[in-house]
Every structure is written in structure tokens, then in C-alpha cells.
Design a protein around this ligand. Structure first.
Ligand SMILES: Cc1cc2nc3c(=O)[nH]c(=O)nc-3n(C[C@H](O)[C@H](O)[C@H](O)COP(=O)(O)O)c2cc1C
Length: 342
């Protein structure tokens, strides 16, 4: 039975959602993609690395660029420049990043504590980008004593923001605890613009449960890092079609393809080094994950990776089927990399 359907958004994730990974997720049926957060100041300084974050292919559309910053004029100017450089389908503002480096400069989730500034930022960007839509991504509040997502969303709607993604955690929670979908549902009820629900969607059954929350779309982040097929699985569930999970061989083929493409862009040393954390995510749930992770944590070349994969497939008969790693979320390591970024 078809239970309903909602568009699926790949959550922006710094150090993760580059063009290569976004394309993989699109092929697996993510509908809407966004770059990772990009500093408005980096854009104003014409920083080459920042320019790299903006690149995308036509196949990735509809495609958004997410900006962060705190100064309304600079954000508005950066948004105009991005619009003229790469013509995205929308510009997204980050009001959710919890990283100290961003918050201490009054960016990301820090603006949830300063509603007048948040409103000025939104208005300035909407005005600067018109008619290009500007969307926003928020958390439900700064901490549990100041959950203000409904107020924030109303302000954003009034400022002309065209869609609001809500991650159902406070800044203080970071990535711990659970996303509060009751607050997400209250936001969806309070505004007329589409609200996209985000937080802890790990499989088709959690996605189906969220159909009842009144949101206009679902956004998936960490689960896609381990398993980009989650988009296909959820779409099949929406369509009432059975989903056949990928075989281990198919999963390894995807990992190899991802690594080869990274190496093609960044060279073998940087490409493989940068993929180590991602390999940890990809092995989640695989049999014999513990010894596998130990070898993958040191992998330096594509040939080594091929050997590790070959060894893993050969040894499957002798692997303890209970030796899988389901937890060990990769976000802490990845957040260290956000803290390092400007
Ligand atoms: C490694 C990592 C990087 C992230 N970077 C961003 C970012 O650049 N911009 C943003 O709005 N959210 C960022 N987030 C938050 C995610 O977009 C998402 O809101 C969060 O992971 C909750 O969704 P999930 O439970 O589906 O993972 C990041 C999350 C992770 C784990």
C-alpha cells in the first residue's frame, strides 16, 4: 500500500557532501542537494578553497548553496556573488551550526539567541537574491530553556524565507540525545512555507513515521554517510514497493567508486587520507567490521584498499557474524574537521 510521499533532502554536511558524494546520493534518489556550509567571508575574500565548495554539476539540480556568517550586509553581498558565479537553484542560510569556531563569531546557531539579528540577516539576503529563493536551516533553539523554533520560523517566514529545514535538536545538544519531532511538527503547523524535518531518520520505518508530522519534506544526513541507499529504501517505502538491500559486493563497489573519484580530484595521498573517516562510516553494519576498520584507518592507496576489500570478501566464511559495528557515529571526528575550518 502506498502510504504517501515527501521529497527527500540530503542534509548539508561539512567535509562530507561534496559534489562526488552528492551525485552518489542523487543517483540513489535524493531529490534536493545542498553544498556544505560556506563562509560568507571566504566568498568575499575570493578564497580559492571556498570557490571549490561551490562547484556542482547540472545533474545535481535542484541544488542549493549554504552560507554562514553573522553580518547581514556581508552575507547579502556574498549571496549575490554566489548567485552570479554558479547560479544555484536556491541559497540556504545556516542558523544551526553548533561548532565553537562558527558560534563565537556569532554565526550558525548563535543567531538563534539573537532573533532581531537573525531577522535582519534573512531580510538582507532575501532582498539581495530576489527572485532567487532563500531558504534557512535552523535548530529548535539554543538550549532546552530556550526552544524557540516556532518564533524563529515565523520571523523567517515574515522575512521572505521560502523554506525552513528544522534539525530537531538544540545547539547545546550537539548531536547527542534525540531530535524532537514534536517541535518540528509545531513549526510545520505554525508557518505556511514548507518545513523540512531533520534528525535521526535512519531507515524507511523512521521515515514513514515522520509522514504524520505535517512536514513537507524529510532531510537525511548521517544515515546517508553509512548507506546512501537509504534514499532508495525510503522512496520504495513511500511507493509501497519492496526494497532489496544492496549486497556486500555492491556496497564495496560503491566505496571503491567513491574513493577512485576522490583520488581523481585530489590525488591519491590527499584523496585516500580524506576518505579514511568516510570508510569508517561505510563499514557500519558490515560483518567483521572491527578488524576491517583497523586496516582501513591506515589505508593510503587505492591498491591497499582493493587488497583490504578482497581480503574481507575472502574471509567472509570465517567471520563472526555478530562482529558488526552499528554505532560509533562519525560526527565527532567530522566535527573536529569543522572546528579546523575557517
Ligand atoms: C559531519 C557533519 C557535518 C555537518 N555539517 C553541516 C553543515 O555544513 N551545515 C548544516 O546546516 N548542518 C550540518 N550538519 C548537520 C546536518 O545537516 C544534520 O542537521 C544533522 O546531522 C542531523 O541530521 P541526521 O540525524 O539525519 O544526521 C553536519 C552534520 C554532520 C554529522
Amino acid at each position: 500500500m502506498v502510504k504517501g510521499s515527501l521529497p527527500l533532502f540530503l542534509a548539508p554536511m561539512a567535509g562530507v557532501t561534496n559534489s562526488i558524494f552528492r551525485t552518489i546520493c542523487k543517483e540513489k534518489r535524493a531529490d534536493v542537494l545542498t553544498t556544505e556550509f560556506v563562509s560568507a567571508d571566504g566568498i568575499m575574500h575570493r578564497n580559492a578553497r571556498t570557490r571549490g565548495y561551490l562547484e556542482f554539476t547540472e545533474e545535481e539540480r535542484p541544488m542549493g548553496v549554504q552560507l554562514f556568517g553573522a553580518d547581514p550586509e556581508r552575507l547579502a553581498e556574498a549571496a549575490k556573488q554566489v548567485r552570479d558565479w554558479v547560479q544555484p537553484d536556491f541559497i540556504d542560510i545556516n542558523f544551526g551550526c553548533p561548532a565553537n569556531k562558527v558560534v563565537c563569531r556569532n554565526g550558525g546557531s548563535s543567531l538563534l539567541r539573537d532573533c532581531p539579528l537573525l531577522e535582519r540577516v534573512a531580510k538582507a539576503m532575501v532582498q539581495a537574491c530576489d527572485p532567487l529563493p532563500v531558504t534557512a536551516k535552523i535548530r529548535i533553539g539554543w538550549d532546552e530553556r530556550s526552544v524557540n523554533a516556532v518564533t524563529t520560523a515565523r520571523l523567517l517566514e515574515g522575512a521572505g524565507i521560502r523554506r525552513i529545514a528544522v534539525h530537531g535538536r538544540t545547539r547545546a545538544q550537539g548531536y547527542s540525545g534525540y531530535a524532537d519531532w514534536e517541535v518540528i511538527a509545531a513549526v510545520a503547523d505554525a508557518v505556511r512555507v514548507p518545513v523540512i524535518g531533520n534528525g535521526d531518520i535512519t531507515d524507511a520505518s523512521t521515515a514513514l513515521r515522520r509522514l504524520g508530522s505535517g512536514v513537507s519534506g524529510l532531510m537525511i544526513g548521517r544515515a546517508a554517510m553509512a548507506n546512501p541507499w537509504i534514499f532508495t529504501e525510503v522512496k520504495h517505502a513511500f511507493e509501497g514497493k519492496p526494497f532489496v538491500a544492496p549486497t556486500l559486493m555492491e556496497r564495496w563497489d560503491l566505496v571503491l567508486r567513491h574513493c577512485r573519484e576522490e583520488v581523481g580530484v585530489r590525488g591519491e595521498t590527499h584523496g585516500m587520507h580524506g576518505m579514511r573517516g568516510r570508510l569508517m562510516a561505510y563499514t557500519r553494519g558490515m560483518p567483521g567490521a572491527r578488524p576491517l576498520r583497523a586496516s582501513l584507518s591506515k589505508v593510503a592507496t587505492l591498491t591497499q584498499l582493493e587488497e583490504i576489500i578482497g581480503g574481507h570478501l575472502d574471509s567472509l566464511g570465517s567471520i563472526d557474524p555478530l562482529d558488526t559495528v552499528h554505532g560509533g557515529e562519525p560526527e565527532e571526528a567530522s566535527f573536529a574537521s569543522i572546528e579546523k575550518r575557517s
